[in-house]
Design a protein around this ligand. Structure first.
Ligand SMILES: Nc1ncnc2c1ncn2[C@@H]1O[C@H](COP(=O)(O)OP(=O)(O)OP(=O)(O)O)[C@@H](O)[C@H]1O
Ligand SMILES: O=P(O)(O)OC[C@H]1O[C@H](OP(=O)(O)OP(=O)(O)O)[C@H](O)[C@@H]1O
Ligand SMILES: [Mg+2]
Length: 409
């Protein structure tokens, strides 16, 4: 049984492809771009199609423009349940920001380290809606949720786009059997002779904003959408849909349901992001200060993640001579952004202070750790100590500068 719902009248003005969301739509508004602060190899690879952005109602997407209501506290929205919930609190904990929730059913919490900030636990999609309505100032959500429910509203600013958890991608998948057996790309899918106005490609998805937009951008016109709250992978085998558009992380669910991804079918790459309301940052007293502090802690922690400090002692006549020996090691030359730091180790013998050794300190990423230790030893390093790095505070927080530029501050 198809879940398609008849289109509301105002939606019929919408260019094809058609879709059948469960909620009515408001009038079209001009498309505006997300403010993507920060750069990352994973950063939002979102369709840039120019479908006139149809903003859906509060029930499905963005709420009306935010109104700044007077309040003393800055509000940070964290996922109340689901995959992102525990990881969000854990990430803040790793940044020495301890979320104090009295019990799991209480939806408000405090962070003693940020006395002017209160945490509100909400479903991820509601975090986006509440950022737009002005009921939250900051939030942690997946980029997929942000794009789907934020619908490119320019009030949403991505402050940190790569929080290093919640990795997944939004992708089209089709059966690996029957008429799809030899179809391996979006183009091949689009070119199949089966699809016509009378018999469009049927796609099941929870992403009723991003799905049609992606299809439109890729020139796939004979397509229709149906929606469900979960277990979408069952739709093709049940005869409800030809394809699905859903989140994929390990790929197990697709495999177990005889579905496959296709070339060109990835709509966006997603992971958890820190998002803010532009209006809150510009108009709410204390919001920028809070963001700066959270961002500094996040950047310092995430930069240090997977990095180790390696300390070794090396015999030598001078720091210069030891440095020359260390730089014989190709891996150290390659990994050392700055440094190594080489400092004298002072010893006393018979009341006389002497320098026979020098201590070398380098920062090494996990994957280069063993090789660096081996090379340090090969050039005379001994007593090698390795400890994980907790924070790397740079002179400046790069994303802060970008945020300031984005806000024209
Ligand atoms: N395999 C995955 N499937 C779904 N989401 C994932 C996956 N891996 C990471 N995520 C991220 O986790 C977010 C929350 O997913 P989750 O299914 O827990 O949400 P939810 O709030 O329970 O929503 P729903 O109940 O509608 O599924 C997603 O929006 C996405 O950013
Ligand atoms: O690639 P995988 O690691 O297999 O993960 C992908 C699956 O996980 C999500 O479903 P979820 O577990 O949230 O269940 P749902 O269908 O009820 O949303 C998503 O909707 C996919 O079905
Ligand atoms: Mg889910």
């Amino acid at each position: 049984m198809s879940m398609s719902i008849l289109l509301p009248t105002n939606l019929q003005q919408c260019p094809s492809p058609s879709f059948s969301p469960s909620t009515p739509l408001l009038s079209p508004s001009p498309s505006t771009a997300f403010s993507l602060v920060g750069t990352s190899r994973r950063c939002l690879r979102l369709v840039t199609c120019c479908v006139s952005s149809v903003q859906s109602s509060v029930a499905n997407g963005s709420a009306p423009a935010a109104v700044i209501v007077e309040r003393d506290q800055i509000r940070l929205g964290l996922p109340s349940k689901g995959r992102m919930a525990a990881d969000s609190v854990d990430l803040l904990k790793d940044c020495q920001l301890f979320v104090k929730q009295v019990n799991p059913r209480q939806y408000v919490a405090q962070i003693p380290q940020l006395p002017n900030t209160e945490v509100w636990f909400q479903r991820p999609k509601d975090i986006v809606r509440k950022l737009l309505s002005g009921d939250l100032d900051l939030g942690i959500v997946g980029l997929d949720t942000l794009c789907e429910y934020g619908q490119e509203n320019e009030d949403l600013i991505i402050v940190h786009e790569a929080l290093n958890f919640g990795d997944c991608h939004l992708s089209i998948a089709i059966p690996n059997y029957g008429i799809f057996e030899n179809i391996n790309s979006l183009k091949e899918l689009a070119d199949m002779p089966q699809w016509s106005e009378e018999r469009p490609l049927r796609v099941a998805t929870g992403f009723t904003y991003l799905g049609p937009k992606f299809m439109e951008e890729n020139g796939i016109n004979h397509v229709t959408f149906s929606t469900a709250d979960g277990a979408l992978e069952a739709a093709p085998a049940m005869g409800i849909a030809d394809a699905i558009l859903d989140l994929v992380s390990s790929g197990t669910t697709l495999k177990e349901n005889n579905l496959k991804e296709i070339e060109g079918g990835v709509v966006l790459e997603s992971q958890a992001a820190l998002v803010a309301s532009r209006r809150a940052l510009t108009d709410r007293k204390g919001a920028l200060k809070t963001v700066h502090e959270i961002l500094e802690r996040l950047e310092a922690h995430l930069k240090a993640d997977g990095q180790f400090t390696v300390v070794a002692n090396m015999r030598g006549n001078s720091a210069q001579e030891v440095a020359e020996r260390v730089f014989e090691s190709t891996i150290i030359v390659r990994i050392a952004e700055q440094g190594p730091t080489i400092s004298p180790v002072y010893c006393t013998q018979n009341g006389k202070v002497s320098i026979d050794y020098y201590a070398i300190v380098i920062c090494v990423p996990k994957k280069a750790l063993y090789e660096s230790v081996k090379q340090l030893r090969a050039v005379g390093g001994s007593g090698v100590l390795v400890s994980p790095l907790t924070y790397i505070f740079d002179e400046d927080t790069p994303r802060w500068g970008q945020l300031m530029r984005n806000l024209n501050l």
